[in-house]
Write a protein that binds this ligand. Structure first.
Ligand SMILES: [Zn+2]
Length: 267
């Protein structure tokens, strides 16, 4: 799989720090009362150790920022898990390891990519979900938390129904994705895409990124999607700048998906 770097990361604009500060400060001033702005980071396509993965984990660890890790079950082995876990230090509460599909394969012949779409029967979808959950539980034990992030952020209604039957705690997709969620399963969606942006013109990409970030912060729940395989030095600097912009702001709180799920369950 080629891992292309989006054009916006080729360079950091000279004024990116002031634009970032302005974006976060506006949300901070408008929010805080009466509710905090909650931010979660979700790293997708996890399971294979790599230099970029180690670098990502050490960045989150250094700032003690919670991270939700979407693991592809088939990619994970006992040996890989030992390696990944060793990177994460001794603060287990910082990480929410959860399920990213089954083998991250597209089963949809044409159009948008789906691993969990209409080209699959109910029994196939159920089997893939169950196998994924069982494999991750077996390898990761209590570190696994039953939340489902579908590959390419999309799945069909049947999958949502099965998630409920199989007692997943929540789903995480793109904000506003179809189908809706008539089963009422808890949903914590990403609304900021850092590394799979398609804009060819970097400045358009930056404008759109700050627009997304501003809207997500204003809406009170900001989900930031990460693809570590597509990160370069600039992309790492930007995440660190985000941490610094969020630091010590009373109305802004970083959480992971398990914390969101358990806060909701607790009322
Ligand atoms: Zn993915």
């Amino acid at each position: 799989m080629p891992h292309t770097v989006s054009p916006i990361w080729k360079n950091l604009p000279k004024n990116f720090l002031s634009r970032l500060e302005a974006c976060v400060n506006t949300a901070h001033n408008e929010a805080s009362q009466p509710k905090d702005v909650l931010i979660f980071f979700r790293a997708d396509d996890v399971g294979v150790p790599s230099e970029n993965f180690s670098r990502l984990i050490s960045l989150f660890y250094r700032y003690k920022i919670p991270l939700s890790l979407a693991v592809v079950p088939v990619w994970l082995t006992h040996q890989r898990w030992d390696h990944l876990k060793a990177l994460t230090g001794n603060i287990f509460s910082l990480w929410c390891w959860h399920q990213h599909g089954w083998c991250h394969v597209n089963h949809s012949g044409r159009g948008k990519k789906y691993e969990f779409g209409q080209s699959r029967s109910s029994s196939q979808i159920k089997a893939d979900l169950k196998n994924g959950m069982e494999r991750l539980k077996k390898i990761m034990g209590e570190n696994f938390y039953p939340i489902f992030t579908p590959p390419w952020n999309r799945c069909d209604y049947n999958t949502i129904k099965q998630l409920k039957n199989l007692r997943y705690k929540a789903i995480s997709r793109n904000s506003g994705d179809k189908p809706g969620n008539p089963e009422g399963i808890a949903e914590y969606n990403v609304n900021v895409d850092l590394h799979t942006r398609k804009e060819n013109d970097p400045e358009t990409g930056w404008e759109n990124l700050f627009e997304e970030l501003g809207q997500a912060l204003a809406n009170g729940l900001c989900g930031i999607m990460i693809h570590h395989q597509r990160m370069n030095d600039h992309a790492f600097i930007f995440i660190e700048s985000l941490f610094q912009a969020f630091a010590n702001k009373s109305g802004i709180k970083t959480v992971h998906l398990k914390e969101l799920s358990e806060a909701k369950a607790g009322g």
